[in-house]
Design a protein around this ligand. Structure first.
Ligand code: IPE
Ligand code: IPE
Ligand code: MG
Length: 236
């Protein structure tokens, strides 16, 4: 919950392209994931600077268990390392960390690091950073809908909020089972840029594009500024 009057802005990112980034440089795929961790740091800082109130990052999907065991182990180790190393400055920055997804299949060290990160940043009020690990939106919806629910109760149990802007790096244009319910009215921004090359400038460009769009949520599109409301019908 925000304690100030900052308008809510939830940005979600499907951080894709690490493997191709590494392969293009003749490096092993894990080198791409390590470079991607630098992008996470830079983008979290940029999000705070741009008054983004929630940032949801897709770090590992339930489908990513299909990757070679060494790559999976490397990713789990990297996530654990990231949480342990970054927590102090994130806490000082006013970031609250939550992790979405299943915990029961994660290595114990990572599960512990998640618990520690969540506990020690729970008072953060500037940015709610959600990291999705072993996450599937369909599984999250099924778990939340286990009882008969209203839409509001379901949204509450999903433990996140409506996405305003959904970014995917790496050139593919799909959701890969990320935040399906929450993206019902999201604006989409796809970029060819691979995640390790995505930094504050790219983040600012995505936000500027988002801010230039008209969102009418099924209502009548607002007339362009400076015109009267006479011709108020949706334009093609
Ligand atoms: C995204 O990069 C990171 C994860 C899915 C964990 P990829 O590893 O999918 O990179 P590409 O798509 O193979 O380039
Ligand atoms: C999506 O990336 C998941 C994450 C970024 C964690 P993938 O590279 O796994 O994409 P798909 O599932 O093949 O579409
Ligand atoms: Mg990929």
């Amino acid at each position: 919950m925000q304690t100030n009057l900052q308008p809510k802005l939830h940005v979600a990112i499907i951080m894709d392209g690490n493997g191709r980034w590494a392969e293009a440089r003749g490096l092993p795929r894990p080198a791409g994931h390590e470079a991607g961790a630098d992008s996470v740091r830079a983008v979290v800082r940029a999000a705070v600077e741009h008054q983004v109130t929630a940032l949801s990052l897709y770090a590992f999907s339930t489908y990513n268990w299909r990757r070679p065991p060494a790559e999976v182990a490397g990713l789990m180790g990297l996530l654990r390392h990231f949480l342990m190393i970054e927590v102090p400055w994130l806490r000082d920055f006013g970031v609250r960390i939550s992790v979405l997804g299943r915990r029961d299949r994660l290595p114990l060290g990572l599960a512990r690091a998640i618990g520690h990160a969540e506990r020690s940043t729970r008072d953060g009020r500037r940015l709610h950073l959600r990291i999705a690990i072993d996450y599937s939106a369909r599984d999250a919806i099924l778990a939340a809908a286990a009882d008969h629910l209203t839409a509001e109760a379901l949204a509450e149990r999903l433990a996140t909020e409506d996405v305003d802007l959904m970014i995917r790096t790496g050139g593919d244009q799909r959701l890969s089972d990320f935040l399906l319910w929450e993206s019902a009215y999201a604006e989409f921004y796809f970029t060819e840029v691979k995640w390790p090359d995505f930094g504050p400038d790219e983040f600012a460009a995505a936000l500027a594009d988002y801010r230039s769009r008209t969102r009418s949520f099924g209502g009548v599109r607002p007339s362009p500024a400076g015109l009267t409301s006479a011709g108020n019908s949706p334009s093609a």
